[in-house]
Design a protein around this ligand. Sequence first.
Ligand SMILES: NC(=O)c1ccc[n+]([C@@H]2O[C@H](COP(=O)([O-])OP(=O)(O)OC[C@H]3O[C@@H](n4cnc5c(N)ncnc54)[C@H](O)[C@@H]3O)[C@@H](O)[C@H]2O)c1
Length: 309
Amino acid sequence: MARKKVTVVGAGNVGATAAHRLVDKELADVVLIDIVEGMPQGKALDLAESAPIEGYDCRLTGSNGYKESADSDVVLITSGLPRKPGMSRDDLLKTNADIVRSVTREVAKYSPKAILVIVSNPLDAMCQVALKESGFPKERVIGMAGVLDSARMATFLAEALNCSVENINAFVLGGHGDTMVPLPRYSTCAGIPVTELLPAETIDAINKRTANGGAEIVALLKTGSAYYAPSAASVDMIESILKDKKKILPCAAYLEGEYGINGLYVGVPVKLGSRGIEQIIEVGLTTDERAALNKSAAAVQELVNILGL
Ligand SMILES: NC(=O)c1ccc[n+]([C@@H]2O[C@H](COP(=O)([O-])OP(=O)(O)OC[C@H]3O[C@@H](n4cnc5c(N)ncnc54)[C@H](O)[C@@H]3O)[C@@H](O)[C@H]2O)c1
């Protein structure tokens, strides 16, 4: 029985930390790819040399080419520029679109059956680039954003309730931008809607902090953007795929009529298993929630239009 294989393109902060988490959990052999010469090889070797101490039996390979990535089960695409203070995710649009396009072309050539998990920003538009360039079915091109955004919301909710983060199930819909839609009505603490437990002002503040969660970290770090939680979120998705766990996770999915949205990547709850997105789950929305989701989708559409996709 062959071991699972995951390729991580972009061996920077998110990519290398994701590789670390993947082997720590012994989920797969990992191939790290980057354009910087020696860097993915060095990081792969460093991680391989941690294995005797940590006790994982995963093969790690670093490369500047794609041959080593052949026949990957999952490819995580993190290549691209991160935000600097004052930049929005959308400022990265054209540069990262070119990077994601060229990377996807190579990945699809060497791993035609892989499931692609996209991380590069602006996330929803980059998913659309990867879908088009790969020619893969929509079930096999998935964006990571909602798991991260809802983890941020869960962190703030647990803090406000002074309870375990394990009790919290937070729910965020929409694009991965300032217009994302935190849904407190569907967010629970031990099964109890948080709207029953916290005053409206506290929830409002948490919604705002969640939507601003990435920028908060960019402003603190001053160079680069968040990567511990983004890599954890990516690995959560990859684990559900490799183990066919069928976890329901908020991910960027290509919608064709669901939630009244057509031909666009937007964050929605999906079932992730060995076939990729196995189901898109539709939940009822209030008029306000639906309006917020439509506004978020319109922001994604604007970027997709600029790219002429
Ligand atoms: N979706 C999300 O929620 C989320 C969260 C965090 C970061 N991001 C995005 O992920 C991306 C990576 O973030 P990071 O913090 O790891 O940045 P980073 O700068 O640390 O790493 C990016 C890496 O990509 C590499 N790269 C650039 N062009 C390449 C190419 N053509 N082929 C292969 N590698 C290439 C760079 O050399 C660099 O090592 C950014 O676009 C960032 O905005 C998204």
